[in-house]
Design a protein around this ligand. Structure first.
Ligand SMILES: Cc1cc2nc3c(=O)[nH]c(=O)nc-3n(C[C@H](O)[C@H](O)[C@H](O)COP(=O)(O)OP(=O)(O)OC[C@H]3O[C@@H](n4cnc5c(N)ncnc54)[C@H](O)[C@@H]3O)c2cc1C
Length: 254
């Protein structure tokens, strides 16, 4: 039985693990993909205090090392559902089941996918969610950016220095025939589908919680980008991780 099971090894989850371990709690982090979360695709971060121009991978390697050095266990297994047994929760993963007295949801967000029509249009062409990561693969080739927000504008600017032509279209527009790659920048969705009937979500699927990171369910806390909030950044996700862990520790020590 774990004191705290944290779902998601992004910055929110790993920060929560650091705080939980330092309070001498038995902590497990469950991660469905690779550790580090969405920032690992970012080449250079300029707004992480004390880590000016650090890469996402380097930052997350340090935080992961810190959490595991302090005693956090990590399992790479996707969580499918959580069952509340009153005094403990059962966390059901693809491969295993785990038991915990408290749970912290730190599942972040995923990029929103193309509409069905556009996905059909795209056929076998390359689809990317990150111009910085994949733009170089399409040097001097025509590409298209889908989306209308600030992220789309940023992707267009970046690709204009690499591609022979950058088309800009909106969600549901037809995809130009000569574009060889499609860069999707149409927003993000929270990774909360598996807790839809377990904790209260808002209309966009974010876990409803205030600054105390307490969800609608006793003993379940939320941290980072999957929580209802205005600013989704590394520092706010890390701050949530600390608060959620402190709340879980208080709950355990009651
Ligand atoms: C392209 C890009 C650039 C950015 N640049 C900056 C920047 O320069 N500065 C800044 O401050 N912020 C930046 N951000 C925002 C920042 O990355 C996020 O605010 C932060 O990473 C959120 O951390 P998180 O831990 O809440 O979630 P995430 O980083 O999304 O981590 C969530 C983790 O949970 C895992 N997970 C999800 N569901 C499950 C499940 N069911 N079972 C197990 N594991 C699961 C995921 O695989 C993931 O590893 C950027 C974001 C993007 C997309």
């Amino acid at each position: 039985m774990y004191d705290i099971v944290i779902i998601g090894a992004g910055i929110a989850g790993l920060t929560a693990a650091i705080y939980g371990c330092r309070a001498n709690k038995k902590v497990l982090v469950l991660e469905g993909k690779v550790y580090g979360g969405q920032i690992i695709n970012t080449f250079e971060i300029e707004n992480w205090p004390g880590g000016y121009k650090i890469s996402g991978v380097d930052l997350m390697k340090k935080i992961y090392g810190q959490a595991t050095d302090l005693g956090a266990e990590v399992e790479f297994d996707e969580v499918l559902k959580i069952v509340d047994h009153g005094d403990y929760k059962e966390i059901v993963c693809e491969d295993e089941k785990y038991q915990a007295k408290t749970v912290i949801l730190a599942t972040g967000t995923d990029p929103r996918k193309l509409s069905e029509k556009q996905a059909k249009d795209a056929g076998k062409r390359a689809i990317s969610y990150c111009a910085t990561c994949d733009g170089a693969l399409f040097k001097n080739k025509p590409v298209v950016v889908v989306g209308s927000g600030n992220t789309a504008k940023h992707e267009i600017k970046y690709l204009e220095n690499i591609a022979s032509k950058v088309y800009h279209i909106h969600h549901d527009d037809p995809i130009p025939e000569d574009a060889v790659a499609i860069f999707v920048a149409i927003g993000r969705i929270p990774g909360t589908d598996f807790v839809r009937d377990f904790v209260k979500l808002d209309s966009e699927g974010y876990v409803v919680a205030g600054e105390d990171c307490k969800t609608s369910r006793d003993g379940v806390f939320v941290a980072g980008d999957c929580r209802t909030k205005d600013t989704r950044q590394l520092v706010t996700a890390a701050a949530d991780g600390a608060v959620a862990a402190e709340m879980a520790i208080k709950y355990l020590n009651k």
